[in-house]
Ligand binder design. Structure first.
Ligand code: F3S
Length: 345
């Protein structure tokens, strides 16, 4: 391998980095805190926070009255906030500002009697939380699902539509949905809420994948943005490996390729990216050392001559003016007839 490129946008996004920092601050002040779901999709970080005193629970019913709670960057629905307030739980709200903005949009749309449509994965916590800020949101994964709904909706368009997207969606999914709603719905409000940190990471990953013979995508397989990054890379690069940490990297798989790109999902901490990068750099140095030592061996196998050396060679040709001699060096030797002698002294 001769070239290793690491995406500048690889790793923690602003929202994730803020949530981890808030959790660490909260745990520094108080040993027993709760998080609704794992703070981020990364086992190492979650384990570290657990060891510091963070208990991960599935819902408010598992939290004792008055205990401190952190809300992760995916956010939570309004009901959860109301419940925690009723239980007297102090809340550290690490909902990403970009996700909180979507909550505002859908709440406002719903208050004005509009039908909210979310383009995203219905089971994803961020999408469930968005739906929790409006009444009767419809959630569709893609244009095909949206089309089925709009066919029926066209017959009976009681409400104007407000369209938003999960922050980690892709242009490939979002653009046809947006165009469909534009075409089919009158008075539609459309908010492109894909996060630009996600867009940047995706487009950088794509461009690296186009330039490299192999791509390593680092991130937990539970993380939807990591999965999407790997999918996008696969469309441009034949060898894509999704690993969650350096130990999973089998260097033999990439040792024969000329260039390797590295990117990482938004929940991948910098130290894991560094471990993978160091491991690959080692591989690269080894490959260079092997190349260099092969060149040395080749060089050493060929004799060099210095002025004054006495050498023995094999006559390979005789002409009227010179004798050609193979001396086992890079270049053939020539002895002009004028310098030739048969005197052994
Ligand atoms: Fe926020 Fe974007 Fe990250 S929405 S949590 S900055 S991917």
């Amino acid at each position: 391998m001769k070239k290793l490129m690491v995406a500048k946008s690889a790793g923690f996004c602003f929202g994730v980095s803020r949530s981890v920092k808030m959790a660490e601050e909260m745990l520094a002040a108080e040993q027993n805190c709760y998080s609704l779901g794992e703070l981020i999709h990364n086992d190492d970080v979650v384990q570290h926070l657990r060891s510091e005193g963070l208990t991960v629970v599935d819902g408010p019913e598992q939290i004792p009255q008055g205990a401190s709670v952190i809300i992760r960057s995916h956010g939570e629905g309004k009901e959860v906030y109301d419940r925690l307030a009723a239980m007297g739980c102090p809340v550290a709200d690490a909902t990403c500002v970009k996700v909180a903005k979507i909550h505002e949009i859908v709440k406002d749309a719903s208050d004005r009697g509009r039908q909210v449509i979310i383009i995203g994965a219905p089971e994803h916590p961020e999408v469930r939380a968005i739906a929790g800020w409006c009444i009767g949101a419809k959630i569709f994964r893609n244009e095909a699902e949206l089309t089925v709904f709009l066919e029926e909706w066209k017959e009976n368009p009681q409400k104007p539509v407000t369209l938003v997207s999960q922050t980690t969606s892709t242009d490939r999914i979002w653009t046809p949905c947006r165009e469909k709603v534009k075409k089919e719905c009158t008075n539609a409000e459309i908010f492109d809420t894909i996060c630009n940190a996600t867009c940047m990471r995706q487009s950088e990953a794509q461009s690296l994948a186009e330039q490299c013979e192999a791509m390593i995508v680092i991130g937990d397989r539970k993380s939807s943005n990591t999965t999407r990054l790997a999918e996008l890379c696969r469309a441009h690069c034949p060898l894509v490996y999704n690993i969650s940490r350096a130990e999973e990297l089998d260097r033999r798989k990439v040792s024969g390729v000329a260039s390797v790109g590295i990117t990482a999902g938004a929940s991948t901490p910098g130290w894991i990216i560094k471990e993978v990068k160091d491991k690959m750099s080692e591989e690269m140095n080894n490959a260079m050392e092997i190349e260099e030592s092969f060149a040395d061996m080749l060089e050493k196998s060929i004799k060099t001559l210095n002025t004054g050396d006495k050498v023995t060679g094999v006559v390979t040709g005789i002409t009227a003016t010179e004798v050609n001699v193979d001396l086992g060096t890079k270049h053939a030797g020539y002895i002009p007839v004028s310098e030739l002698t048969d005197d052994p002294t």
